[in-house]
Write a protein that binds this ligand. Structure first.
Ligand SMILES: *Cc1c(COP(=O)(O)O)cnc(C)c1O
Length: 393
């Protein structure tokens, strides 16, 4: 079995580049250039150096002793929450801003839903002194005010998308329109392993530093490179792709993605794309998505804004279809309890997204000798209001 993208941009039957003709020059330039740039000596040097000195990598692989006692199995946390800006998203934006520099782009655009990717993009633009425009649904601008303020302080222009439901999908449409109108000087930084080829592969490669580190860190701590399983939450799928990447060919390692079930998979308030979705095209890529019988995208819901996405990256669709990956789901309720458990057992307040991965520990039959890696994609600072409301502190 092969889990890498082929030269046409497909993972099995999923992926591709279903783009309007007007966007062809932008995508074609990227497709032609990305591999040679990211393998070049200059790019590697700068990428590795910034990940180390600016992001703070390697992120720790932490043996969670009290969590392990609780579950009677070995639990390790990959601490992406300790990265600069508080999540794994910075790994990708650092990679893409360097790529943009090599392509001689002078202006960056991005879409954002919860604002986490917008902040990570505005951050690297400030770092490099590059103009930054972030499209965000008008409703999200209201809902995510702290992140909007951060982006503005970082020097980014935040443009509210006024069409449709005024959420992520509409912001993405506006960003694509901008890119079509500015093909020469602008690079579009997509925030997950979604969108047309080569984005899913490119973003997975930037995030793959996560599993690269897990292998040597596990070897250092246990004298073995392979865990029993790797567990990660899945929105678009970038932190999971990064955590799985260097284990894809090691079939003995279980790869487990956890989707957001929201209020439950039998309710309309859910975002469990692989569990409930069907194949179709969204954001220029063939994958699974949440749609009704007429092919209309249904509005997703999750308590965690970062998993509130109606699609999923084509790599995950392929891992799901071939059985190489297992995809579970967790409800809002389960996730809140798992977040509290980690907080009280280890003194770590996780992002709501990451707590979906923790909730899987309740759903898997764990053996005492198992080595379970949880990719802790982000920290909980941004979710304190939600935790406060629910637990009533
Ligand atoms: C954005 C985000 C996610 C979801 O995005 P993926 O591309 O699926 O990784 C997960 N965790 C955190 C902390 C996020 O900010």
């Amino acid at each position: 079995m092969n889990y890498q993208v082929n030269d046409k941009g497909y993972y099995g039957e999923f992926g591709g580049a279903f783009i309007p003709e007007m966007m062809y020059p932008n995508i074609e330039e990227l497709r032609r250039e990305y591999m040679s740039i990211i393998h070049s000596y200059d790019f590697r040097q700068e990428f590795i150096s910034l990940l180390k000195h600016y992001v703070g990598r390697p992120s720790p692989l932490y043996f969670a002793k009290r969590m392990s006692e609780h579950y009677q199995s070995n639990v390790f946390l990959k601490r992406e929450d300790l990265n600069h800006t508080g999540s794994h998203k910075i790994n990708n934006t650092i990679g893409q801003i360097l790529l943009a520099k090599h392509l001689k782009k002078k202006r960056i655009i991005a879409e954002t839903g919860a604002g986490q990717h917008g902040v990570a993009t505005a951050t690297v633009c400030a770092l490099m002194g590059v103009q930054c425009v972030v499209y965000m649904g008008a409703l999200d601008v209201k809902r995510q005010a702290p992140n909007v303020k951060k982006m503005r302080m970082l020097g980014a222009e935040v443009i509210p998308a006024l069409s449709g439901n005024q959420t992520l999908k509409d912001a993405t449409n506006e960003a694509m329109r901008d890119w079509i109108n500015n093909p020469v000087d602008t690079h579009y930084i997509i925030g997950s392993v979604v969108g047309p080829h080569p984005y899913p592969d490119m973003v997975a490669r930037f995030q793959s530093v996560i599993s690269e580190e897990i292998r040597w860190q596990l070897d250092e701590q246990l004298g073995r490179e392979l865990p029993t399983r790797v567990i990660a939450c899945v929105g678009g799928g970038s932190n999971a792709a990064g955590a799985f990447y260097h284990f894809l060919e090691d079939e003995a390692v279980e790869l487990i993605g956890v989707e957001a079930a929201g209020k439950g998979i039998s309710t309309p308030d859910t975002a469990a794309t692989l569990t409930l979705g069907t194949p179709g095209v969204l954001h220029s890529s063939h994958s699974y998505l949440m749609q009704n019988e007429d092919g209309q995208i249904t509005e997703p819901y999750s308590i965690s804004a970062g998993l509130d996405y109606p699609g999923i990256g084509p790599l995950h669709a392929h891992l799901f279809k071939t059985g190489r990956g297992k995809y579970l789901w967790a409800t809002d309720e389960e996730v809140l309890q798992s977040a509290l458990l980690l907080t009280r057992k280890e003194g770590i307040i996780p992002a709501l997204e990451s707590a979906h991965a923790l909730a899987a520990l309740e759903k898997i039959k764990l053996q005492p000798e198992d080595v379970n890696i949880i990719n802790l994609s982000g920290r909980g600072d941004k979710d304190m209001e939600t935790y406060l409301d629910y637990f009533g502190y």
